[in-house]
Design a binder for this molecule. Structure first.
Ligand code: AQP
Length: 354
């Protein structure tokens, strides 16, 4: 692997209904990260997907669809490593080691589990509860320095940092003895930000745009055609006031704030810039402009996704190549982790990984 100053890792679950929030909060930013001095790894996190039951045949299709979305959005599988999690066994292996590092109290604080398990907690899978530990393993199997994610993943990233820190402390003597200096795992930097770090539902500006929202009108799917996109924006909930001229005027107006944020993210500008152009305008003026921008930005991606998913052999080859490249890195980390923890390995001990 060439020497890069940063290692970027992020993932998307193949749980269907990939939407504008996933695109603006994550995938679009993955593409931009490729221009940094960084080795980027982008993972279709299928082990995470099965923390809630998935129909097996549908899951296979969804894995290919997320891969197609990555490629259609502009991730270059030669520059970046594109793969699916279940092809690299070190993710699950490292998760077990981290299960023995993470504390029950830490996991009990995770709000996403509480939201997803709802009232029927006793019936949630152990995988759903353990999700953030597997996520830490995904990131740290590559000793990633930076993780671009939407705002909803902030707490999980904090847990990843806590696990890295505790591992480095618990095994500090062994880490030094095996030639890794003071610390083996980096304290990963979350990259959360921009105008679309949290894209909200088009039907309720206080709720996150989400794959599992029962209303399809609440989200713009990456597979929606131009008519569906325009119609969903036309029907998006708003208030009767015109757009303000200053960002402060968006406070207490969640739906207006959301649409302005979406416009800003799609255009690559700030909310301030949007309000400079549209301050004082009615939604009857702003919504058609937003619909045009959304269609221009998203229709080519949908078209390319359709073309790519028609050739599953090509997608599978991309994933196989990426999986092999990812495993080369993750296997080195796991060899070092086994030495540090005190396991007896089959092969000879590796020296410092980097
Ligand atoms: N609404 C959003 N705004 C900005 N970013 C978002 N992300 C998800 N929703 C939004 C980001 O997309 C990346 C991949 O997310 P995921 O595959 O983990 O899916 P998720 O967060 O479970 O997506 P949903 O839509 O929220 O699914 P459900 O309905 O199952 O809960 C992540 O970086 C995430 O932050």
């Amino acid at each position: 692997m060439a020497a890069f100053t940063e290692l970027v890792f992020s993932g998307v679950q193949p749980t269907g209904n990939l939407h504008l929030g996933n695109y603006l909060g994550a995938v679009k930013r993955f593409v931009e990260m490729q221009d940094r001095d960084a080795q980027c790894l982008y993972c279709v996190v299928d082990l995470h997907a099965i923390t809630v039951w998935q129909d097996p045949e549908a899951l296979r299709g969804q894995i290919r669809e997320v891969t197609a979305a990555f490629l259609a959005a502009g991730i270059d599988p030669k520059r970046s490593i594109v793969f699916n999690q279940s092809q690299v066994p070190q993710h699950a292996e490292l998760a077990w080691v981290f299960n023995c590092v993470a504390r029950l109290g830490w996991l009990n604080r995770m709000t996403q589990f509480k939201e997803k398990a709802g009232k029927d907690r006793e019936n949630a899978s152990i995988g759903l509860y353990d999700y953030p530990v597997l996520m830490a393993a995904d990131i740290l199997a590559y000793r990633a320095t930076h993780v671009p994610v939407g705002e909803d993943q902030k707490q999980h990233l904090e847990l990843t940092r806590d696990i890295a820190q505790k591992f480095n402390t618990d095994f500090s003597g062994s880490i030094t003895a095996h030639g890794h200096g003071d610390a083996f795992f980096p304290i990963t930097e979350p990259l959360i930000g921009g105008p679309a770090a949290r894209v909200m539902s088009l039907r309720d500006g206080t709720k996150k745009m989400s794959k599992s929202d029962p209303s399809d009108n609440a989200r713009i799917n990456l597979t929606d055609d131009a008519d569906a996109i325009a119609q969903k924006i036309r029907r998006a909930k708003t208030d009767p006031e015109p757009l303000p001229s200053e960002v402060a005027g968006l406070k207490e107006r969640p739906e207006a704030d959301n649409l302005v944020g979406i416009y800003a993210a799609l255009a690559g500008i700030t909310r301030e810039d949007v309000l400079r152009d549209f301050g004082g305008a009615q939604f009857s003026t702003f919504k058609p402009a937003l619909a045009d921008l959304a269609v221009t930005s998203l229709a080519p991606i949908a078209g390319e996704m359709r073309r790519l998913t028609a050739d599953p052999g090509h997608i599978d080859a991309v994933l196989a190549d990426g999986g092999a490249r990812a495993e080369t890195i993750a296997a080195q980390t796991l060899d070092a982790v086994k030495d540090i923890v005190g396991f007896v390995r089959r092969g000879p001990s590796l020296q410092a990984v980097r």
